[in-house]
Design a protein around this ligand. Structure first.
Ligand SMILES: [Zn+2]
Ligand SMILES: [Zn+2]
Ligand SMILES: [Zn+2]
Length: 270
């Protein structure tokens, strides 16, 4: 990513500067995508890490006076796959293979599928087994109380889009639901996005409940107030509701905005 130091700069100026400084043919590098980012920045995606490093070096060499040149992490979108009836495929290391082979029509590009984690789903019916101990059930009704599992997987953009569109995957004999699991990290210190508390530049904590300067366990406030939506409201004419905790990702419009920026800028989805 090339971010102009003058943040009011138009993207057209950035493009002209980059075109003049970086000749992809002379450098022998292949771009897979270029697009505008935020604040006049230009994001160049390369087909591999080697090309990305080359471009980044050339850009740093020629443009660092007026631009910040940043290599963005090569992150992939994540999906939550829910409804496995057994851990066997995960335990014997074949889950990824089963997902790709059995659903190959949903993997038009890369066949990579990383399993990030695999967890048991907490059953809301955990008491049912006891309550129904004396009830004779046929095999169908037994299924209702079976333990189920979910996996967090990471795939390329094409597979992410087609799996989300289909809404499910068949794995073994399980029909599993697929849902979006792209998340943005939120700092435990300042409640800001895309960094961790150990990288945070704020010394004092901001309360995620009430937005005052104290940590969550010292909070005595009855009123919820989101710091991220409050900051936005103080500088922009568009007003967002701020009467929620900063951790309330369902109601926080700034969090949702951060997710959509992350999808656009880092994951190149759209
Ligand atoms: Zn922070
Ligand atoms: Zn508080
Ligand atoms: Zn908010």
């Amino acid at each position: 990513m090339l971010l102009p130091k003058n943040q009011n700069q138009n993207i057209a100026v950035t493009k002209t500067d980059v075109l003049q400084a970086v000749d992809p043919v002379a450098a022998g590098v292949a771009f897979s995508d270029t697009k505008p980012g935020k604040n006049g920045s230009l994001i160049i995606k390369c087909i591999n890490q080697e090309d990305a490093t080359k471009i980044s070096n050339i850009a740093t060499d020629k443009l660092s006076e007026n631009y910040v040149v940043k290599e963005l992490p090569n992150l992939k979108p994540r999906l939550r796959i829910v409804g496995f009836t057994s851990e066997d495929l995960y335990k014997n290391g074949t889950l990824s293979n089963y997902i790709v082979v059995q659903n190959k029509h949903l993997f038009p590009g890369s066949q990579d599928c990383d399993i990030i984690n695999f967890t048991k789903i907490k059953s809301k019916r955990s008491n049912d087994n006891n309550e129904n101990r004396n009830v004779i059930r046929d095999s169908n009704s037994n299924k209702k109380y079976q333990t189920k599992f979910q996996a967090l997987i990471q795939v390329d953009n094409a597979a992410y889009k087609s799996i989300l569109h289909s809404g499910h995957l068949i794995v073994g004999f399980d029909y599993c639901l697929a849902c979006d699991a792209v998340e943005v990290r939120r700092c435990f210190n300042c409640c800001g996005f895309n960094h961790l508390s150990k990288q945070c530049s704020f010394r004092k904590p901001t309360c995620p409940r009430c937005s005052q300067e104290h940590s969550l366990n010292q909070c005595k406030s009855e009123t919820l107030c989101c710091i991220n939506c409050t900051i936005w409201n103080s500088t922009q004419s568009e007003k967002l509701p701020a009467d929620h905790a900063a951790s309330d990702i369902k109601n926080c419009r700034m969090y949702q905005r951060a997710v959509s920026d992350f999808k656009h800028n880092i994951l190149s989805l759209e």
